[in-house]
Write a protein that binds this ligand. Sequence first.
Ligand SMILES: Nc1ncnc2c1ncn2[C@@H]1O[C@H](COP(=O)(O)OP(=O)(O)O)[C@@H](O)[C@H]1O
Ligand SMILES: [Mg+2]
Length: 431
Amino acid sequence: MSRLLILASKLGYQTRSFAEAARGLGVDVVFASDRCHQLEDPWSDGAIALHFDRPEDAARRIVSQSLVRPVDGLVALGDRATTTAAYAARALGLAHNHPEAVENCRSKLRQREILRDAGVPVPGFFSFRLDKRLERILPRVQFPSVVKPLRLAGSQGVIRANNPEEFRAAVERIRRLLESPEIQVTHEAELDRLLVERYISGSEIAVEGLLTRGKLRVLAIFDKPDPLEGPYFEESIYVTPSRLPEEMQERIAECATATVRALGLEHGPVHAEFRVNEQGPWVLEAAPRPIGGLCSRALRFGPKRILLEELLVRHALRMEGSDLDRVDDASGVMMIPVPASGVLEGLEGEELARATPGIDDVQITARLHDFIAAWPEGSSYLGFIFARGASPAEVESALRLAHGHLKFEIVPRLPVEHPVTRKLPGAGIAS
Ligand SMILES: Nc1ncnc2c1ncn2[C@@H]1O[C@H](COP(=O)(O)OP(=O)(O)O)[C@@H](O)[C@H]1O
Ligand SMILES: [Mg+2]
């Protein structure tokens, strides 16, 4: 029986979905996680507990564990696990990305520098340390601009600024976010710097790709039909196949190939984002991991309509079937945006949403009575809506219709001072 190692920070739906895909193929699964590293066995399932922020040590742990339970392939879910996965794969003799290439992708600044130097179209950019006086920074900023942290994901802390006042406010807001305990516990590097970029206008698309020893296969191009013009950039609708002209889709595929080549990525899943305008495609970013959350459910492959997860498990284990074509009906997903920060106290309309023609499924992932942060401080959605149809336009309107049925009751959190420190809870995070 072959064995798959899944590296993930969270035992979320994505991790479970990969484990299910593997078990469905008769594959044994081992987890490695940096969650609850105090516990020997965080998920009571023999998971290897390690620190993704010390990737070489983490990889050594994986290698020593694999002497007892050998692994035949691995997948990394989420950005944090990717560097450890690269070191571990190299040590285990599995096809892999070079650790340095992966590490370069982890830093938005380093990634920009490499792509710019390789002549791949990226927005103009510079970075600065947060302890620098803004008077010294402002003269260099060209508006409209986008300010962002170097190592967060999911558009968390990404803000558009159209003038110096908005720029100052954006920097302060991101600073507070980066100083919050929620972000500090991640021990990410470069939390003391920000990246400033030119705002690139145009429509946005996402590419899901799969690299096999240096060769990129584009699995899907997703259009993002909602305007993403800021000031914050939470995602919403993804629809595939793309409605862009065939010629532009080819240019995007070429640009994706140039991007992974410049970054030195060679093997495994790639998720990349682009903007497209009259000048052609621009790279926003590329990461050596699959699309996050439940979005992969929008993709099916081959006559048995297998999930992306199964395709990637097959690829990681060098099983046949990882070359299956995408089923070519139109499909899409809506990441349900968070209208305002607060405590989710109620939800209505789920049944109506689910009964909307064209809707496959509605998954509410936010928990009742939990606080949920809106963007730019937030990073998780209220849930996901899935649709399928004869055309991308039909899928898009089904998603909008279903979303229109959902009524979330979100109550602002009352500020309560801590009795000792007299600080407000989550004071680092605006609510
Ligand atoms: N230079 C830019 N021009 C226009 N939009 C941008 C730019 N940078 C980021 N964005 C918007 O913000 C989103 C998130 O930015 P990104 O750099 O991809 O960070 P993250 O890793 O958090 O997703 C993008 O998907 C895009 O909509
Ligand atoms: Mg992004």
